[in-house]
Design a protein around this ligand. Structure first.
Ligand SMILES: CCCCCCCCCCCCCC(=O)SCCNC(=O)CCNC(=O)[C@H](O)C(C)(C)COP(=O)(O)OP(=O)(O)OC[C@H]1O[C@@H](n2cnc3c(N)ncnc32)[C@H](O)[C@@H]1OP(=O)(O)O
Length: 209
């Protein structure tokens, strides 16, 4: 388990020995996450009366103050290490479920929620890039068994990406030159290609931030 205390030497980016858990945050953490995502969906589309906004501020302030007493570091928060939850429980990522993750590549189902709206009822392009960045990083990590950082990520938006639809996303290392991993990827709605990527991930040296 990674110790985050300041006496432990810096371990570098993403910490390959990250403690993975399906229990951290307790048995109701999945539902807690879902409620937060639902709140973001509602916030994206709600036009509250001033009375309701004031009420919401009171409820949310009280809740935020309670959560303040339970903050932990990024290496031990369930958000990002709960591999049993969509997108490892990381609320800032579009939710996805991994079907397969091998050195040959990653296959996942991803879906964009109402709060991922760009405009005209479809997904924001930046959110598509976020999904590719995370799953491109995962394809690199699994391929080299080491942590990698994105050097560049080019997204070709081939057609509109719908919200609220289960989509197929694939990422794989197409070519490797030393620490350089050229990662390709595709996002499909059924047979229709929504986007693809050309990207470069760099394998970090031991201890590199
Ligand atoms: C719980 C379960 C966990 C599972 C985890 C799931 C996975 C989660 C995944 C999450 C994923 C999230 C991912 C994220 O969000 S990572 C966050 C976004 N990325 C960054 O912040 C990266 C910032 N940049 C850097 O840190 C450094 O620049 C890096 C590390 C990238 C390279 O600096 P470093 O000092 O190490 O290397 P180098 O400079 O000697 O370069 C090495 C080689 O690369 C070539 N090069 C470099 N840049 C470019 C470029 N732009 N175009 C073309 N080429 C480029 C360079 O010419 C050289 O080539 P060569 O001369 O050797 O031929």
């Amino acid at each position: 388990m990674s110790d985050s205390s300041p006496t432990v030497p810096h371990e570098g980016g993403f910490r390959p020995d990250l403690d993975i858990s399906t229990e951290r945050g307790g048995p109701h953490y999945a539902e807690f996450s879902e409620q937060v995502r639902t709140l973001m969906d509602k916030a994206r589309f709600a036009c509250p009366t001033d009375e309701l906004a004031v009420e919401a501020i009171a409820v949310l302030s009280e809740l935020n103050a309670k959560l303040d007493a339970h903050l932990v570091d990024e290496w031990t928060t369930p958000a990002g290490t709960r591999v049993d939850l969509p997108a490892r429980g990381n609320l800032t990522l579009p939710p996805y479920e991994i079907e397969e993750a091998t050195p040959e590549g990653v296959l996942a189902t991803v879906w964009f929620r109402p709060y991922h709206l760009g405009g005209n009822g479809v997904t924001h392009g930046g959110q598509v890039a976020v999904a590719f960045d995370d799953l491109g990083g995962m394809a690199s990590l699994v391929a080299v068994n080491g942590v990698c950082r994105t050097a560049y990520l080019k997204v070709n938006y081939r057609s509109l990406t719908p919200l609220n639809t289960r989509l197929t996303i694939r990422t794989w290392v197409e070519r490797r030159e030393g620490r350089k991993l050229f990662v390709a990827g595709t996002l499909h709605d059924g047979d229709r290609l929504c986007a693809d990527i050309e990207s470069l991930f760099i394998e970090l040296r031991p201890g590199q931030a």
